[in-house]
Write a protein that binds this ligand. Structure first.
Ligand code: ATP
Ligand code: MG
Length: 430
């Protein structure tokens, strides 16, 4: 019989890896809370039309990557390929735009891409969206906040920030014409993808990975020379805010985002430690989108951060906290006919020490075989209840990772003992 396999590009997260994900998720959650951002959750499925409208008909996401299908009543619905469209739909529908909003979300996104390292069909993002704040100060805040994240994760030196300004839609249209004129003269030298984009979405040619195309672009008109006054001032102010905050960046005039809705500021945090999938976090300003979705024109900016790529980066750089491997503090052995005593002792301990990660051995077996499991569990202590201990209200504590000799003590003394031990371990670590 054929065994079931997961769908290509959709991975399981196994228990040995989940502490690493939890570490990243907790760090991000705490960071956003620290900056006064609030969580929003919205569905994984939306009408396909929402993504066509919000993300753009000519983007790779909508043209090639979207998982869309008809539901049983014949409506076209799609798995979300990114978070901004659903988030914007939710804030409009729920009338959240009367006051400024700083929001974050996380969860799976779906794109039909060619799976490879750091590129999946179900991947996971943290996203941040800010609504109702139009100045460069909020753009700077987003970047300062992400810079703090890298520092906290200990990977500050492995990621660099690239920024650019796309200007307003008028200045972008003027630039677009200049670029198209320039490239039309060199049409035959363009790669096939870029030839196709020349009609549909010429700005995307700027971030073509094709070396010949990049070479051709050396003397192409530069986006930054076409900026309107307002966008130019916004960009200058953003740069001076970043300088003042000590956030290093390079201006990359060929940085354009794959999505249609951006204008003014765009940015990417990139690393060269992950090969071709080097963008860990990307975003920018999209002041035009909310009006385009039928609501009152509202300023907006945000970013998306790929968790798979971040986790890969932490692993590649060996930037994992030492404590991440230990998922248990104690393993409780029940040797002999002592199951009810062992279960009761475990409950008492959990009530007394809520921080304690305690696993109770189930299924019996000899002292030797249970001890083997305790050792393999990576716990710090084995706690043993045999028939003697059960009779005398005692418990034996065996130190699995240090040379301290084992001791048998009264069960009632154990919580205090473990509490003291925890303090010592922490002091040793600090
Ligand atoms: P790329 O150029 O790598 O395809 P993108 O421009 O399509 O990225 P965004 O739509 O801006 O990516 O998504 C934000 C972030 O989500 C990316 O910077 C990346 O970290 C992550 N990401 C995007 N697509 C994938 C994917 N298929 N698998 C894993 N992570 C992804
Ligand atoms: Mg992509």
């Amino acid at each position: 019989m054929n065994q079931f396999r997961s769908i290509r590009g959709m991975n399981d997260l196994l228990p040995e890896k989940s502490p690493l994900w939890q570490y990243v998720e907790t760090t991000l959650n705490t960071l956003f809370t620290q900056y006064g951002y609030r969580e929003i959750r919205f569905p994984l499925l939306e009408s396909t039309q929402l993504f066509c409208r919000a993300v753009g008909e000519t983007t790779d996401i909508v043209e090639k990557e979207i998982y869309a299908f008809d539901d049983k009543s014949g409506d076209s619905i799609a798995l979300r390929p990114e978070g901004t469209a659903g988030c914007v739909r939710a804030v409009i529908q729920n009338n959240l735009l009367a006051t400024p909003q700083r929001l974050w979300y996380s969860g799976p996104m779906f794109r039909y891409e060619r799976p490879q390292k750091g590129r999946l069909r179900q991947f996971h993002q943290f996203g941040v969206e800010v609504f109702g704040i139009s100045g460069p100060d909020i753009d700077a805040e987003l970047l300062i906040m992400t810079a703090r994240l890298w520092a906290q994760l200990g990977i500050g030196s492995a990621v660099t920030l690239q920024i650019n300004s796309l200007g307003c839609s008028n200045s972008r249209a003027t630039y677009r014409d200049a670029l198209v004129t320039y490239l039309h003269k060199r049409y035959d030298q363009l790669d096939a993808d870029s030839q196709r984009r020349l009609e549909r979405n010429p700005l995307r040619i700027l971030d073509s990975k094709n070396p010949t195309t990049q070479e051709l672009l050396t003397d192409a008109p530069c986006l930054l020379d076409f900026l309107d006054e307002d966008s130019a001032a916004h960009f200058t102010q953003l740069r001076s805010l970043l300088d003042a905050a000590g956030v290093a960046y390079t201006v990359n005039p060929r940085l354009v985002r794959g999505l249609d809705y951006y204008g003014k500021t765009v940015f990417e945090w990139v690393t060269d430690s992950l090969g071709a999938q080097g963008t860990v976090c990307a975003g920018g300003r999209y002041d035009g989108l909310i009006a385009q979705m039928g609501a009152k024109s509202t300023a907006a900016a945000g970013f998306g951060l790929g968790i798979e790529r971040l986790v890969l980066l932490l692993e590649t750089l060996n930037a994992l906290p030492a404590t991440i491997d230990r998922q248990l503090d104690a393993y409780l052995l029940a040797v002999g006919d002592v199951q009810s005593t062992a279960l009761a002792a475990a409950e008492q301990l959990r009530s007394a020490l809520p921080w304690l990660r305690l696993q109770t051995h189930c299924g019996g077996g000899s002292m030797k075989s249970q001890m083997k499991k305790a050792d393999k569990s990576n716990a710090e202590y084995a706690l043993i209840i045999g028939e003697d201990e059960a009779k005398n209200g005692q418990i034996t504590i065996k130190y699995l990772r240090t040379q301290v000799p084992q001791q048998t003590i009264a069960l009632t003394e154990l919580p205090q003992r473990l509490q003291d031990e925890k303090k010592c371990t922490k002091q040793r670590r600090d």
